[in-house]
Design a protein around this ligand. Structure first.
Ligand SMILES: [Zn+2]
Length: 172
């Protein structure tokens, strides 16, 4: 857990000066990196530390699919603060570290893969640089992950405009 905290800090701290919601971003990035291992408790269905550590492989929630799901969920709960990026950064750093230390089912639940330390280090740098770039982009008022709500807003606006125009047309 301490190792994941260290890796999460290493990727999050350079990104923070570029973010608008620094406190939330930092807490979510580092918090998600640390709490991802709670899936060991769920997968082992036991509160004994030994059973978490002796699992044959890391649970399927140690995957890119879970990372995307968590990022989507956080953006739904607190939209407009780019916290999806914080989750991607935190969980991404956790997964990358696990790839170099025993592997993780990154793409497929039944296929655990491992990466050499050099590849993990290079990808951590790319992840940090990408997050830094994305964090600096201006935040749009609408969330790109909630397009349905946006479509509903547009439909509502069109309806109200139409109903405003409708009486004028009937007079003519
Ligand atoms: Zn892990």
């Amino acid at each position: 857990m301490a190792c994941h905290f260290g890796t999460a800090c290493a990727v999050t701290l350079p990104v923070l000066p570029n973010t608008e919601y620094k406190r939330e971003f930092g807490l979510v990035a580092i918090g998600s990196a640390i709490t991802l291992d709670l899936d060991h408790v769920l997968a082992a269905r036991s509160l004994e530390v030994n059973s978490w550590m002796t699992m044959p492989s890391r649970p399927p929630t140690h995957s890119v699919a879970a990372m995307i799901g968590l990022a989507w969920l956080v953006e739904r709960i607190a939209p407009g603060k780019r916290l999806w990026l914080a989750v991607s950064l935190g969980v991404g750093s956790h997964l990358l570290r696990d790839l170099a230390t025993g592997g993780a089912p990154l793409w497929h639940p039944k296929r655990v893969i491992t990466w050499p330390v050099s590849l993990v280090a290079a990808t951590l740098l790319i992840l940090t640089a990408s997050a830094w770039f994305l964090a600096g982009l201006p935040i749009q008022k609408r969330s790109i992950i909630a397009p349905k709500r946006r479509l509903r807003q547009i439909a509502h606006r069109l309806n109200t405009e139409q109903s405003r125009r409708a009486p004028a047309r009937t007079v003519l």
